[in-house]
Design a protein. Structure first.
Length: 494
């Protein structure tokens, strides 16, 4: 009997060892790290959002590191391995949701009193979930679409739950976002100066990303007019730029700015300007402009001066790159200025609005199902393979109408409109710390909606969707605080 047991154990060890040896080493290590991070987020929920954003910043770099884990002469990473790396941050999100659910079951009460804002966001999440049942496109498209955009709405409720127990979650989150932005900025500037590493070129040429040009070329997305747009540790220059802009804006939630922080602002601005992502520029400009206006309205002159100062630093950064004699492939005298002022894909954006007005299939009341725009195209669903059949929208609000229909889009607008109206109404009556959070949170939300409705498709990208829902939760949490002159006992932490 003992011999049989030893034989079985030996067979199991040999089989498992063989499987491990066949799996990419980087995949094994990173998966184990994600599992540990999820446990830490569950045990210490106040740092959970910070852990989540650390993984959001790192996920796209980690997927490229898969190419370092390939044995010499071995096969490249498979699509399964590649996309598995991309879902690892969701483990932390689910750990936070489980912890919040555990707290509700233990105390038998919600940690905060739901208001109109919470109900509207819950309705929007519910509608996104319902559109998974829409039969217009294959189920795989709808499930992938919900994964890439729908689940991150739940971050709003995590922020609300955390904020109802105190502001301990904000400091580590802000620190991770800024640290991640600074690290990404430094590496992005390195890419701009020295080009991409071998494993990054292997990724670009692998066919697993739409960013590369294939056959050793960088493609127009990266290298139009001969100037390379760095993507740093993110999936694209656009997501890189948006994360940097969010880092600059969330820094304004802190009441003071040290010389080191100003140095970080300069680095973030330099890298953001170098991304040549005009949508990220619009987002930053809109966010800083709204912070300035709302700060003046609430008589917070210091905050308005800080917002204007950050804007001036960014303009100086753009001027710096515009004046540098960058010689690449000898195509233009200053490729940076040429690239920054080239309209390019705006023809696609005009097309998107035309299709919305002319084609009834683009404006169905109940939509075509979540994921039916970009995800359907990415997965090669029927009707998306030939560019003549459907040119992709480059406008986020058009995407929402196409995917979620007028019903979903109007619920979204109702949620944004509610926070905007209520925020402006109560802004002057809140304590200073809540005012600052409301101003920055509301500015981020409205700036995302502005850019998403004019120049970009952004809410389907995790590094942009997650900051949006954090900002919305932050603004809603600030509004839920008592007004000046009124104090209440904070709820105890579970």
């Amino acid at each position: 009997m003992n011999s049989l047991m030893w034989g079985v154990a030996t067979a199991v060890v040999v089989t498992v060892s063989g499987l491990v040896l066949q799996v990419n080493t980087v995949l094994v290590v990173v998966t184990a790290a994600a599992a540990v991070s999820a446990v830490l987020a569950f045990l210490h929920p106040k740092t959970g959002l910070a852990i989540l954003f650390g993984w959001i910043a790192a996920a796209d770099l980690l997927k490229r590191l898969l190419f370092l884990g390939v044995a010499p002469g071995g096969p490249p990473p498979s699509e399964t391995e590649y996309f598995w790396m991309l879902i690892l941050p969701d483990l932390i999100l689910f750990a936070l949701l489980i912890r919040a659910g555990y707290g509700v079951l233990r105390t038998r009460r919600l940690p905060f009193s739901p208001n109109a804002m919470d109900i509207l966001v819950a309705a929007y999440f519910g509608w996104c979930l319902l559109t998974v049942l829409n039969p217009t496109f294959p189920l795989a498209v709808r499930l992938a679409g919900f994964k890439w955009s729908g689940i991150y709405i739940l971050i709003f409720f995590i922020v609300r739950e955390q904020d109802s127990r105190g502001r301990d979650w904000l400091v580590p989150l802000r620190g991770v976002v800024v640290a991640g932005g600074v690290a990404a900025a430094a590496y992005g500037l390195y890419q701009a100066a020295f080009g991409f590493r071998d494993f990054e070129m292997e990724w670009l040429e692998s066919g697993l990303t739409q960013l590369g040009g294939g056959e050793g070329g960088l493609g127009l997305t990266i290298s139009y007019l001969g100037i390379v747009r760095p993507f740093s540790i993110f999936a694209s220059h656009e997501q890189f730029g948006w994360f940097l802009a969010f880092a600059l804006l969330i820094m304004l939630t802190a009441p003071r700015r040290s010389p080191l922080q100003w140095a970080m602002i300069v680095l973030l601005a330099l890298a953001l300007a170098r991304t040549l992502s005009r949508s990220a520029w619009v987002f930053l400009a809109g966010g800083l402009g709204l912070v300035t206006v709302l700060a003046l309205y609430s008589r917070r002159k210091k905050l308005s001066v800080e917002a204007v100062s950050v804007g001036l630093v960014f303009l100086i950064a753009v001027a710096f790159w515009s004046q540098r004699p960058i010689e690449e492939q000898g195509q233009v005298e200053n490729p940076y200025s040429e690239r920054a002022t080239t309209l390019g894909t705006y023809a696609w954006r005009i097309y998107s609005f035309e299709q919305l007005l002319q084609d009834p299939q683009w404006r169905r009341p109940f939509g075509n199902g979540i994921g039916s725009m970009w995800v359907a195209w990415r997965m090669g669903a029927e009707g998306t393979k030939n560019p003549d059949e459907r040119i992709l929208s480059h406008i986020g609000s058009v995407d929402q109408i196409y995917e979620l229909g007028w019903v979903g889009f109007l619920i979204f607008l109702a949620a944004v409109g509610t926070i905007a109206v209520k925020g402006v109404k109560r802004l002057r009556r809140l304590p200073e710390d809540s005012q600052r959070l409301l101003i920055v949170g509301l500015s981020v939300v409205l700036a995302v909606v502005l850019a998403n409705s004019t120049v970009a498709t952004v809410l389907m990208f995790r590094p942009i969707a997650a900051p949006f829902w954090v900002a919305l939760g932050m603004a809603a949490g600030a509004l839920a605080q008592p007004e000046q002159g009124i104090t209440v006992e904070p709820m105890s932490s579970s």
